[in-house]
Design a protein around this ligand. Structure first.
Ligand code: UDP
Length: 329
């Protein structure tokens, strides 16, 4: 059994990862500043004999040195996330996403921990290809558009991680997450599914940006965290980048219709221009579909839950929250 540090362990993906690592019998230290992460995400784990929770910031290098000491694996999940949040505060995005990663990689190179680095499909930018593979070019827009700060900051993290692998033999696997969804995800930072489900459960309308012809693939967080753990435990995956997510495309309009069909077919869709949703500087990505064959080859499996099953799970969770539960599950 390993001793694991999960930065961002109270976040949406981080809390599921923490829970799974504990289930597998590992010791876990969570470091989270509870900014976009929420205490409610891990409240059900509090008091667990193999869990230590540290509230603090990854931008504090002394704290990072302290929490990494004695660990075997570092899952670096903490980051400024969400298109809306990133567009609103690009300075924070850059500061949170670059410097702390460098500090952690240096500590791991010294301490010989294995590392998982959470990256994002945003690094592909607006690459026009139908399906994105890990060796594809990165197509960012201009620096006047804050959205690209997120993808660029994570691309730098990837460069750093790969450089530490080459130079110091750091055992690091890099995962590019594609629209990860599931229970505990909240809509405040722009994420589409919790917003649509909340809107539908409140009687609508469901607000689709632009024409709704944008395409995404939605992967269930439980399958995603299993892939993350699998990559850390697969030596052949170290020093390499992997797309992680579902490869089943759906348009945002199709997504809205699926949710409406499940909640109440009477609910209307309303269309809102990007300008009104995100401001003038915003640029969306029209199509984002991964090729996950590299992941499937490395692990012998890939996220395969169907969108319908994923939506049922999220709607069930949202309903339980609204019925007064409020506790993460
Ligand atoms: N979107 C939408 N309504 C919302 C939030 C998002 O139509 O309330 C759209 C958004 O424009 C994008 C897609 O849904 O095309 C996915 O958005 P999200 O922020 O979840 O993820 P990302 O843009 O990073 O893929």
């Amino acid at each position: 059994m390993a001793r694991c540090l999960v930065t961002g362990g109270a976040g949406f993906i981080g809390s599921h990862l923490t829970e799974r690592l504990l289930e597998l019998g590992h010791d876990v230290v969570v470091l989270d500043n509870l900014s976009t992460g929420r205490a409610a995400n891990i409240v059900h784990l509090e008091g667990h004999a193999r869990l230590t929770i540290r509230v603090g910031s990854i931008t504090d290098p002394v704290l990072l040195a302290e929490v990494t000491t004695g660990t075997d694996v570092i899952y670096h999940m903490a980051a400024a996330v969400g298109v809306k949040l990133v567009a609103d505060d690009p300075v924070r995005t850059i500061e949170t996403n670059i410097y702390p990663t460098e500090v952690l990689l240096r500590l791991a190179a010294q301490g010989k921990q294995r590392v998982f680095l959470a990256s994002t499909s945003e690094v592909y930018g607006k690459n026009p290809k139908e399906r994105w593979t890990e060796e594809d070019d990165l197509h960012f827009g201009p620096t006047s558009r804050p959205r690209w700060a997120y993808g660029c900051s994570k691309a730098i993290d990837e460069f750093l991680a790969l450089a530490y692998y080459r130079k110091f033999g750091l055992k690091v696997a890099i995962g590019r997450f594609f629209n990860v969804v599931g229970p505990r995800q909240v809509g405040h930072y722009g994420m589409v599914i919790p917003r649509f489900v909340d809107q539908a459960l409140s009687g609508g309308p469901v607000v689709v940006y632009d024409d709704g012809e944008q395409v995404r693939c939605f992967g269930h967080v439980r399958e995603v965290v299993d892939a993350v753990i699998g990559l850390v435990e697969t030596p052949a995956a170290h020093g390499s980048v992997f797309n992680i997510g579902s490869d089943e495309p759906v348009s945002i309009r199709g997504l809205a219709e699926e949710i409406i069909r499940r909640v109440d077919p009477q609910i209307r869709i309303e269309y809102l221009p990007y300008r009104d949703a995100y401001g003038d500087d915003f640029e969306d990505v029209r199509r984002r579909v991964p090729d996950v064959s590299k992941l499937a080859t490395a692990l012998g499996r890939k996220p395969s839950l169907k969108l319908g099953e994923i939506l049922d799970d999220i709607i069930r969770w949202k309903r339980s929250q609204r019925d007064g539960g409020g506790v993460a599950s």
